[in-house]
Write a protein that binds this ligand. Structure first.
Ligand code: SF4
Length: 317
C-alpha cells in the first residue's frame, strides 16, 4: 500500500478494516494473498455500487459543464445518464451483454446485480432518479446556480487534484476539490453531494482544503470557507470558515489514522486477512464489493452464477 492518506482510505478505516485489507493489500499484484481468491479479489476491486456510480456521474456532469460551458449541457447530461444506464444494462445480464466490455469505456459491474440483491432494480431506479434530480438542481435551482455562477466568474478551479502537500509521518495526502474560487478576500470551496443534507464535515477534507489553500494562495485557514451543496434536496449550506482549531483537530485525527495504518501494514503485506477485523454489519456488507470472498460477510447474498461471474471465479489449483 502506498504511504498516503485520502478520503477513501478514511471511509474504509471507519466502516470495515477487512474491506480496507481487500482493497489495498489483497488486490495488489505484488503482495501475497490466498492464490485461490486473488484473481477474484482483483476483479471485485473494479466493481461499484449504484449510488457510488450515480455520484460519480453527477460529479462528471458538473465538471464537464463548468469546464466546457453551457454548450456542453445536452451532451454532458446525455453522456452521464447513458453511462449509468449502460452499467445497469450490463450488470443485469453480463453474459448477453459481454460485447459492452469491448467499448472504449466499458461499463462497470454493479455489485447489487452481481450479488443478486432482491432490491437491485429498485435501488438502481432510485439512484438514477437521484442522478437526474442532481443534474436538474445543479442547472435550475436558483441558490445553487447563484453559487456556481458567482464562483466561476472569477479565478476558479474545477475538480482540482490536491498534490505536493507536506508529508505527515512519511504519509502524503491525496484528495480532490470539487470547486474552488478565489477573490481578493477569501478562498471558497464547494463540495457537491448527491444525497440530502445531513452529517458533519469530514475533518480530513477540511484539513486538506486548508493545507491546499495555504500552499496555493499563501492564505491563512481563516480566509478559507467551505460549503456543502446537497443536490438531493437543494440545500446550500452556509459557508463554514476554517480556523486553526479545525486544522489541529483534522491533523490529530489524521495522525491517528496513520498510526493505525502503520500498525496494520506488516500484516497487510504478508496477506494476514484475519488481523483486519470484519465489521459484521449487514447494511455495510450489502454495499461491499468483497462480500463474495469475505468469510465473515453478513450480507446474506452470494454471486449469481452467470458465465460472467464464473469468469472471475478462481481457477482450480
Ligand atoms: S463483507 Fe462485510 S465484513 Fe466482509 S469485508 Fe465487506 S463489509 Fe467487511
Amino acid at each position: 500500500m502506498r504511504r498516503s492518506h485520502s478520503y477513501s482510505k478514511r471511509e474504509l478505516l471507519n466502516s470495515c478494516l477487512r474491506q480496507f485489507f481487500y482493497e489495498y493489500y489483497a488486490a495488489s499484484k505484488k503482495l501475497p494473498f490466498d492464490s485461490a481468491r486473488k484473481p477474484l479479489v482483483q476483479k471485485l476491486k473494479e466493481f461499484t455500487g449504484v449510488y457510488l456510480l450515480a455520484g460519480e456521474k453527477l460529479h462528471w456532469f458538473i465538471e464537464q459543464f463548468l469546464k466546457k460551458g453551457p454548450s456542453s449541457r445536452d451532451w454532458a447530461e446525455r453522456t452521464s445518464t447513458s453511462g449509468f444506464d449502460l452499467a445497469v444494462r450490463y450488470s443485469r445480464d453480463p453474459e448477453a451483454n459481454a460485447g459492452l466490455q469491448n467499448l472504449a469505456y466499458p461499463p462497470p459491474m454493479l455489485l447489487e446485480f452481481y450479488y443478486g440483491d432482491p432490491r437491485a432494480e429498485e435501488l438502481a431506479e432510485k439512484a438514477r432518479e437521484a442522478l437526474f434530480r442532481g443534474v436538474r438542481r445543479f442547472l435550475e435551482h436558483e441558490p445553487v446556480k447563484k453559487l456556481w455562477s458567482e464562483i466561476t466568474t472569477g479565478e476558479h478551479y474545477v475538480e482540482q487534484r490536491v498534490g505536493g502537500l507536506p508529508k505527515f509521518d512519511e504519509f502524503g495526502i491525496e484528495g480532490q476539490i470539487d470547486l474552488v474560487g478565489r477573490d481578493t478576500e477569501r478562498v471558497r470551496v464547494v463540495d457537491w453531494k448527491l444525497g440530502v443534507s445531513g452529517g458533519s464535515h469530514d475533518s480530513l477534507q477540511m484539513l486538506i482544503y486548508g493545507l491546499w489553500a495555504e500552499k496555493k494562495f499563501r492564505v491563512e485557514p481563516s480566509q478559507v470557507s467551505v460549503r456543502r451543496v446537497f443536490l438531493g434536496d437543494g440545500t446550500v449550506e452556509p459557508d463554514r470558515p476554517l480556523d486553526r482549531g479545525i486544522m489541529v483537530v483534522g491533523k490529530a485525527r489524521m495522525l491517528q489514522d496513520i498510526e493505525l495504518m502503520k500498525e496494520l501494514d506488516p500484516y497487510g503485506r504478508t496477506g494476514m486477512e484475519e488481523v483486519f477485523s470484519p465489521c459484521h454489519r449487514e447494511n455495510v456488507c450489502r454495499q461491499c464489493k468483497y462480500q463474495g470472498i469475505c468469510p465473515d460477510s453478513r450480507s446474506g447474498l452470494a454471486p449469481k452464477q452467470t458465465s460472467a461471474s464464473l469468469m472471475v471465479l478462481p481457477s482450480p489449483v
